[in-house]
Design a protein around this ligand. Structure first.
Ligand SMILES: Nc1ncnc2c1ncn2[C@@H]1O[C@H](COP(=O)(O)OP(=O)(O)OP(=O)(O)O)[C@@H](O)[C@H]1O
Length: 324
């Protein structure tokens, strides 16, 4: 993207590239007499995509609302783009994008007009480095709604409506984007396009993205890092691959020789396969190596946690993360 300076643009403070975009330490939240968050810790760098996973009621929405500045925390240190969200002003808010589960107002607006109108609020917060807002035609093209520009919002299909939600969330070219269950109602093609869009935002614009989802396949495809929240704490923090590897330890290897099928579980899958070829050479067919999926890892970690806090695996995952 080219940097364009807009007339009347004011500089907003911009943390150095090395500063974390999100820095959460010892975050606690209590509703009445009930503690929901018991000390949540995590950070996120510029351009990183994080998926926040966890069972219903784990406190994902609460955490996000605190980061967005919509809810006051009970205790802990939180910095979002270098600012305490409890004290975030309009200039800080203009640097965030939020895609909530659904918007139901604005039904009578035309799609293009709505984006142009909402985008106009961001113009004063453009900087030399970040052009704000995103030009409407480019944005419609990016989210695949060019053909719907002249239609009323209440005439869109569910999936188109969701694309519009995404467009509304990114019209201000946010440095940090919150996506809550972003692809519910998308058809498979729209999902794939959306995943490409998220990767483009993270890679080209260096947007930091925090996604909450119950779709583990989506989390695995989208996120550089997975955070699992359970019992008010982050019980795992690492890439999908790291989590799966540490939880499962072994990979499952399947192959056939002369039409007979075999299965074996090995910690050193590469070594095992090397040995297999050394012994059977070209006779080895139908080879498959399968590591535990993120879903396997997630289920193991959450079940261990729920069955009375046997968090050996969770601790191992976190320890491994610290060692990196
Ligand atoms: N305003 C509130 N007052 C009291 N309790 C609340 C309030 N908001 C949330 N809670 C409780 O806090 C806990 C965490 O809720 P939260 O919505 O953050 O979870 P979640 O992980 O987002 O869940 P889900 O996956 O179901 O969306 C739940 O037990 C919920 O009932």
């Amino acid at each position: 993207m080219t940097a364009v300076e807009l007339a009347g643009a004011t500089e907003t403070p911009h943390p150095p590239d090395t500063d974390p975009v999100l820095d959460v330490r010892g975050l606690r939240m209590r509703y009445g007499a009930v503690d929901v968050l018991h000390g949540v810790d995590f950070t996120a760098r510029r351009g990183e995509v994080l998926a926040l996973l966890g069972p219903n009621g784990a406190g994902k929405s609460t955490t996000i609302e605190i980061l967005e500045g919509f809810r006051l925390r009970s205790a802990g240190e939180v910095r979002v783009l270098g600012t305490d969200p409890a004290r975030g002003d309009e200039a800080w808010r203009a640097r965030l994008g939020v895609v909530l589960q659904s918007w139901r107002d604005h039904g009578r607006w035309l799609v293009g007009d709505l984006l142009t109108h909402l985008g106009s609020y961001y113009a004063p917060y453009a900087t030399a480095a970040i052009r704000r807002p995103w030009p409407t035609a480019d944005l419609l093209d990016t989210v695949g709604l060019t053909g719907q520009a002249g239609r009323r919002v209440n005439q869109l299909s569910g999936g188109q409506r969701r694309r519009l939600d995404v467009a509304v969330g990114i019209v201000g070219r946010p440095e940090l984007l919150f996506l809550d269950e972003p692809t519910v109602g998308f058809d498979p093609a729209a999902r794939r396009e959306f995943h490409d869009l998220v990767h483009r935002l993270a890679d080209l614009d260096e947007t930091t993205i925090l996604v909450t989802t119950h779709d583990l396949d989506e989390a695995e495809k989208l996120a550089d890092r997975i955070l699992i929240l359970a019992g008010g704490r982050v019980i795992a923090d690492g890439s999908a691959d790291e989590l799966s590897r540490r939880v499962a330890g072994k990979a499952e290897i399947r192959w056939s020789v002369d039409g007979e099928r075999f299965v074996h579980a090995a910690t050193d899958a590469t070594g095992f396969v090397r040995e297999l070829f050394a012994q059977h050479g070209d006779a080895v067919a139908d080879l498959e190596v399968r590591r535990a999926s993120l879903e396997d890892a997630y289920m193991t970690l959450v079940r261990e946690h729920e069955s009375g806090g046997r968090t050996d695996t969770a601790l191992r995952v976190l320890r491994g993360e610290e060692e990196r």
